[in-house]
Structures are given as structure tokens and as C-alpha cells.
Design a protein around this ligand. Structure first.
Ligand code: ZN
Length: 464
């Protein structure tokens, strides 16, 4: 049977795969540093060569206003088979502080069953695993069970500024029934997690100005509305005392969580004591009608990221500051529109601002939340793939963070996403980034199963 020979191929070629991956990891494709631009291009070239070798077609680098997108496809599974778009990124984070690395970041080495190199977990080994799964199937069966398109980004670590315009301009080329992304991290090596939702995010800055300079509090105190106090008053009014967000209209578009979904989230083994150990906070806080895990993942939030104003140095300086400010971010859930929420907050801050001070609100670009049905054929296929390939039953959960590219793909291509991480935290973005060799094998095998299960899940059900 084709599936078994592909799995055997994947398991018996681990040494070759590791060697090949090390070549890729030696390329210091740091996107944020211009002196590494040639390396970023070299990584794109490496991928292009590798995709050709595997047997994918239409392999090309497509220019954007920034680094190229590497594209390839294999579309011979037939019109009834689903088409999967595989997203990954070939750029990596900078390495500083270099002294904290045990071995040089671009000289991959294996220690204690882990492969150490910058970019190994985020994201080279993870998308490489999909490529090797495709290779295993093409080498053994000469075909794939599904149609596949590859879209590898060279700017993820700088916020993918050119990806949305690229997707928008190439919707036909990228059209797919599912988008699969193996990035991010699972919490435990033996407990894979499939996140079917990610929150959106909006950030704003408010700046309150009062007198034309810092004033002597003895001379003017009692006659001037202190901007620091005004910021505190505004910030304090953003929540009700019980933790609910007080911005008018904030919850208007938020769906209620179904009992089924609440049961599902209840099963995620994340305890209050683990939360306490991680955060060191005195006690959990927030909307009383929801569990703390629901508040962390399935509910929208409003957070003060920073607040400043006046004198905070050593000793005393009795002044009324001329200005004060705060940075506020909001995590959004599905159906909430980032622009609309930013507008609601701006308006509310305006209403809260007394005539005694002036306020200026700056909105930073936001991203909408992304959610996909947890019973979609794609998620089901991933679920079965982890059971067979990882030999562990995955949990379905929501992620509290944001991955704007996922929302972009979903919005522009209308394709449900499948997030299936193969890595752990693995010191991503930190010194000594690594990847477990067992995860390399398990990830490739799991990916082989994923493509097979997706083909049958879609034939059995309809696309959902
Ligand atoms: Zn990253």
C-alpha cells in the first residue's frame, strides 16, 4: 500500500534528511538585517532547487516589493482531490546575543538528540518536514494523494509586509481548499495541539497633553487637570470592576461560546496552578462568566501595555507634567472587525477625555482574528495524522495569540486553515534554538499521514 511505503521511506531516509536540512540551516537568512540580504536570497534559491529535486512543478521565485515568495505546485491528483497550500517562511531571526550560544548559530550541530541552529524550529525544519513528506510520496508512489501548492515567505520575521498584497495579486495561482501551516509550538512533546482559532489584535497609543510645560505643583497644583491623572482616569474607565471591557459596542459582534466548544476547551490540560507558576500573579482575574483559559483564548481583551508621564526618577520633583500617555492593545475574536474596534476605542477615549486636557489617539494597524471549524475535513485529517504519525491524540484548542498571515489567507482565498506545529518552544527567537531529531522524523511521518487522510476525509465528507 502506498501509504506504508511512503512512511517507510520517510523513516529510513532520516540521515539524508538531516544532512540536507543542515545545508539549509547554514544559510544565515536573517531578514531584518540588510547585510544578510544575499543570504536571504540564497535561502530562496536553496528552496527552489530542493523543490525541483523533489519533483514539484512550476517552481519559481516570485518577486514582491521585498524578498521573493518561493512558489511550486503539483496538481495531478485530479479535480476531485482537494488542493492544499503549504505556507512556511525561510527567513530567520537575528542571533544576538551571540555569546549566549553554545555553538555558532549557523553551524548546525546535534547534541543530546537535538539539532541546534538559528531558524531550525522557526521555521526551517517545520516546512522542510512537509517537503520531505511530499518527497517520500513522490519517490515511492510517483504521485500525491492531493494537489499541493507551496508558498514560502521570506519576510515573516519582519511582519510579512508584502505577503497580503502578494496573495491579493495572485489569488488564482494560490487558490486552495486548505492552507496548512506548521509553525508555532506545541506545549508538550507527547501532546500535540491543533489550534482552530487565533485572536486578532489592535494597538493604539493615547497621548494626553495639558499645560504648555511641566508646572510647579506648589504654584499651580489644584488649578490644573494633571495629564497623568487624566490618563489614569481614561485607562481606569476601560474596564468594569469585574473585568469586562467597558468600551461601548466592544462585545456586539462576539458570538457566545457553544456548550460543545466550552467542553472542548475544558479538556485542555492547563491548570490554574500551571498558570500561577508561569505568571507568578497573585490570583486570576477577568470576566467572571468565563474560565481563565477561555479568557486567555476565546474572549476579546483590552490591555494596558504601558503608561507613562511626569517624573519617575530618584527622589522627588514636585511637578504637574505637561503630558502623559498610554499604549493599549486589544485581542479580538472572530467577527470583531479590527478597524471598527479601533474606532470604537478612539471614540470612547474621546468621550472620556474632559475639556481640561487634550487627547491624541494613534491607531496602529491591526489584524482580524481567524477561526476555522474544528470539525473541518482539514482539522480532522490533522487529528488522525497526529494519532498515526506522532502516536499521540492531539487536543483541539484556541490560541490566544495572533498570526495575521493566517487571517490574510482565509480572507483572500476563503480557505480554512490547519495549524499543525511539529516543534516545541525550542528557544525560538532566543539563543540555542534547537529542534528534537525525534520531532523531525515524527513531523515528516505525520505530514505523510496528513496528506493521505485529507484526501480520504474530503472524499468521505464534503469540504467544510
Ligand atoms: Zn519567528
Amino acid at each position: 500500500m502506498g501509504l506504508e511505503t511512503a512512511v517507510t521511506y520517510a523513516r529510513t531516509h532520516q540521515a539524508d534528511f538531516l544532512e540536507e536540512l543542515c545545508h539549509y540551516l547554514k544559510i544565515p537568512s536573517i531578514s531584518t538585517l540588510s547585510q544578510h540580504h544575499p543570504d536571504v536570497l540564497q535561502a530562496a534559491q536553496w528552496l527552489q532547487d530542493s523543490l525541483r529535486q523533489i519533483g514539484l512543478e512550476h517552481v519559481q521565485q516570485i518577486e514582491t516589493a521585498g524578498n521573493p515568495v518561493v512558489y511550486a505546485d503539483w496538481l495531478h491528483a485530479g479535480p476531485d482531490a482537494p488542493t492544499v497550500l503549504v505556507y512556511g517562511h525561510y527567513d530567520v531571526q537575528p542571533v544576538e546575543p551571540l555569546a549566549a550560544w553554545t555553538s555558532p548559530p549557523f553551524t548546525p550541530v546535534v547534541r543530546d538528540g537535538r539539532l541546534y541552529a538559528r531558524g531550525v524550529s522557526d521555521n526551517k525544519a517545520q516546512h522542510f518536514s512537509h517537503l520531505k513528506a511530499l518527497e517520500a510520496m513522490l519517490q515511492t508512489a510517483g504521485k500525491l494523494p492531493v494537489n499541493v501548492k507551496i508558498c514560502f515567505d521570506g519576510e515573516e520575521e519582519v511582519g510579512s509586509p508584502n505577503l497580503a498584497p502578494f496573495v491579493e495579486a495572485n489569488q488564482t495561482l494560490l487558490a486552495a481548499d486548505f492552507v496548512v501551516v506548521s509553525d508555532g509550538a506545541m506545549h508538550q512533546p507527547d501532546q500535540p495541539t491543533i489550534d482552530y482559532a487565533l485572536r486578532g489584535v489592535v494597538a493604539i497609543e493615547i497621548r494626553v497633553t495639558g499645560p504648555n510645560r511641566d508646572l510647579h505643583s506648589g504654584s499651580y497644583g489644584g488649578s490644573v487637570h494633571n495629564p497623568a491623572q487624566a490618563v489614569a482616569e481614561i485607562v481606569a474607565a476601560l474596564h468594569h470592576p469585574d473585568g469586562r471591557v467597558a468600551i461601548p459596542g466592544f462585545y456586539d459582534d462576539v458570538d457566545t461560546l457553544s456548550p460543545t466548544e466550552r467542553d472542548l476547551l475544558q479538556k485542555v490540560p492547563y491548570s490554574l496552578s500551571q498558570w500561577q507558576t508561569e505568571t507568578g500573579a497573585a490570583a486570576a482575574w477577568g470576566e467572571p462568566a468565563f474560565t481563565f483559559f477561555e479568557r486567555m483564548t476565546a474572549r476579546p481583551t483590552c490591555e494596558v501595555n504601558g503608561i507613562w508621564g511626569g517624573f519617575a526618577g530618584e527622589g522627588f520633583k514636585t511637578i504637574i507634567p505637561a503630558e502623559a500617555g498610554a499604549k493599549i492593545s486589544m485581542r479580538l475574536v472572530e467577527n470583531q472587525d479590527a478597524d471598527k474596534i479601533a474606532q470604537q476605542l478612539t471614540q470612547f477615549v474621546g468621550q472620556l477625555t474632559p475639556p481640561t486636557v487634550t487627547v491624541e489617539v494613534t491607531v496602529q494597524a491591526g489584524a482580524d482574528a481567524a477561526v476555522t471549524p474544528y470539525d473541518s475535513a482539514g482539522i480532522q485529517a490533522a487529528f488522525r495524522a497526529y494519532e498515526d504519525g506522532w502516536e499521540a491524540t492531539p487536543l483541539l484548542s484556541r490560541g490566544g495569540g495572533s498570526l495575521p498571515i493566517v487571517a490574510t489567507f482565509q480572507k483572500l482565498l476563503g480557505a480554512p486553515f490547519v495549524l499543525m506545529p511539529f516543534g516545541l518552544d525550542d528557544n525560538r527567537h532566543s539563543p540555542n534554538e534547537h529542534y528534537h531529531l525525534t520531532h523531525l522524523e515524527k513531523g515528516i511521518v505525520t505530514a505523510v499521514y496528513f496528506y493521505h487522510h485529507l484526501a480520504s476525509a474530503v472524499t468521505e465528507n464534503s469540504f467544510s
